[in-house]
Design a protein around this ligand. Sequence first.
Ligand code: SF4
Ligand code: ZN
Ligand code: ZN
Length: 316
Amino acid sequence: MKCRSCGQPAIINMRQHKLALCRAHFLDWLPAQTERFIRHYKMFTPGDKILVAVSGGKDSLSLWDMLTRLGYPADGVYISLGIDGAPGSGLHYSEESRRLTEQFALARSLRLHVVDLAASYGAGIPDLAQRTRRGHDKPCSVCGLVKRYLMNRVAREGGYTVLATGHNLDDEAAVLMQNTLTWSADYLMRQSPVLPATGSGLVRKVKPVCRVYEREMAAYALASGIEYIYDECPYAVGSNTLWYKEILNQMEEKRPGLKLQYYLGFLQAREAGLFAPAAEDAAELHTCVTCGQPTVAPGQCSFCRLWEKAPPAENG
Ligand code: SF4
Ligand code: ZN
Ligand code: ZN
């Protein structure tokens, strides 16, 4: 297979785009595509103060790399969740992903904010989930809540105007499949490349690589020599999301381009107003009486309520 641009051997053949490219042309092509999506969905401009949520995985690090290449000044935020691998596996998931993220930032002189959950609040995710009895075998709902809260808080306190995440097309299509199988209108309404800021303190959220296949993100990380954590979070093993990704991959195998078509068709339907806004989206947000961050219900936000159920060892 030869590169369509220069005829040199291709490193990737993207059947869905009927396009094969060599390393150099692929490393130009993917950031150019990403730039196109940033403009198309009006995500941000170089005048914005951008914060990238980084996990140490291929998607977020590649996104950070591309934004830098494209001339968007972007800082990073990493949340250390205190997650290890299965006992005896030798995997220290959080430690290793933090090391790789810090190494990435240091090598490029990029600014990285690190929030260490255990050091700042007194417990990592597995411990917190156990102490609050919120799914100690699968702490993902606690983890999602904590990450959403802390990312918004770091963005807000740092004066960032936009928070970018590395969700790729496979992530988006898997979530979409899950939400359409249950017709979760509220979730469908909120699944968007851009979630606008609210006056009450939620920073704008964007997904610049939501139209990029996971395989393309991995190829980009490898081709640009980015060292990332290959292991999934141990709690992701056996998750619904991975299962939907497998099903979608089987379909994609037979019909190249199907995943993209599925997602773009959804975005068009959403644009056309097919899903009604959730009641809470339309409602005014309140200010948490404890931490001052935005909250849907009046009183304490869900993050503060969570920690109240599991009193931190120190730092109140
Ligand atoms: Fe958190 Fe679950 Fe994702 Fe692991 S798989 S990082 S626990 S949400
Ligand atoms: Zn080429
Ligand atoms: Zn609070």
